[in-house]
Design a protein around this ligand. Sequence first.
Ligand code: XMP
Length: 513
Amino acid sequence: MTEEKIVVVDFGGQYNQLIARRIRQLNVYSEVVPYTVSLEELARKEVRGIIFTGGPNSVYRDSSPKIDPRVFSIGKPILGICYGAQLIAQLLGGKVQPAEKGEYGNTTLYVHPDSRLLKGVEKRTAVFMSHTDFIAQVPKDMAVTSHTDDCPVGSFEDPTKGIYATQFHPEVEHTVEGETILKNFVIDICGCKGNFIKSSFIAEEIQRIREQVKERKVLCALSGGVDSSVTAALLSKAIGKNLTCVFVDHGFLRKDEAKQVKAIFGPDGLFDLNFVAVDAADLFYKKLQGIIDPEQKRKVIGNTFIEVFNTEKKKLGKMDFLAQGTIYPDRIESGLGAAATIKSHHNVGGLPEDIGFKGIIEPLSCLFKDEVREIGLQLGLPKTLVYRQPFPGPGLGIRIIGEVTKEKVKIVQEADAIFREEVKKAGLEYRLSQYFAALSNMQSVGVMGDHRTYDYAVVLRAVETDDFMTARPSRLSHDLLSSVADRIVNEVKGVNRVLFDYTSKPPSTIEWE
Ligand code: XMP
């Protein structure tokens, strides 16, 4: 597929896929591999450079993930980030120890002169730090190339050996000059040309799918989100009527969402495919009765999804392949990586193979979200669908704190629809990365007319982010927020208070559960 690539060796950090993403933005192909990768793999000709990622462990513990030190002799430039930097320091004879005070978040970095990795970076620059251990001593002959007020080694390098390391995270957008730093590594130091092109993707995938499927049948799990919609559109172009798309409405979709999906993919829609819509709301509500723990809720929704899907599959008769809208970040989150589980993601991208298919088709599994969007537009999907904000597989189920009931779902659906309408009216629809209403489980006292009320508080959340791994709250105007709040309390029964969630991720997450 490519003559040059950067391999990202995964030590379990939360931002690992982002590193690969940033490198692809430089038009260089990049892959994340587990830290157990063989040296032969890393020594392959097309590998132009290696990056060791961050991770939650301490390098000085025996149980922490390590790599064979012979990696330093295979002749490829290496960049260590955070844990990766500490690992390099430790393996080459430096010293890593717990810090008295950890550094988290935005930090000022003081850059020393003559660094090859930090070439072109301002003398004082903002970086994102997240560490409790620190490098107390760099290995012999390595030059310290930056520091912060609390951390004596912000980065170090030995260009003659092709070794570079940063304690901070250049891949995270809060590191203002992160792109320059990664570009210095990938283009200047590793010598990549940056000519990875995606223009032939559709033609090549159609050809590949036809060769794989031949005259057999494919069942595509369709949620109506960007990823599964693009997958369905691509498959429809490749195999036409041999494709059947199954859309499951679990009852916690946004207002009118099921109608919109049916309009695009149903018999009068844009594609000539077999489309099956399943209304499984009653079953989902029944299974979720009495469940309040967020992780349990996610698991029940995921399992019920599989149950419904299985039932439908039996009705449809012989289906040889299952197609899913898995994209590259999903692959890393579900097992390829070593990152800690923050939330169990359950969506149609998580159906197990053991429900009896000969094979799985995941045409987008090498692409990131914005690449998928580009393909969607090329396939002729409407902009409103392609640029839809992400919507989680478990739907409003994880935007309702406490037990999920029909009454609560109706409240969030209505409040969310009002919020979306007002955001659109304000012209911000495509400017915000994600915005929605959630239902806190809190009830409080209010007054409506001459009556006391004891109703729910709706929470509005609006964030801006490139990568969804970190996010900032959007600075919506007071006028906009007041009109949304007024409309919600006036139009949505059961709500007497509206709050705005002003927290960043981290430490919050985007969804409430
Ligand atoms: P968090 O809440 O982890 O969300 O900050 C980050 C992004 O992931 C989406 N999300 C999910 N998407 N299935 C999905 O398909 C899930 O279970 C799930 N949980 C969160 C979330 O909407 C945000 O865009």
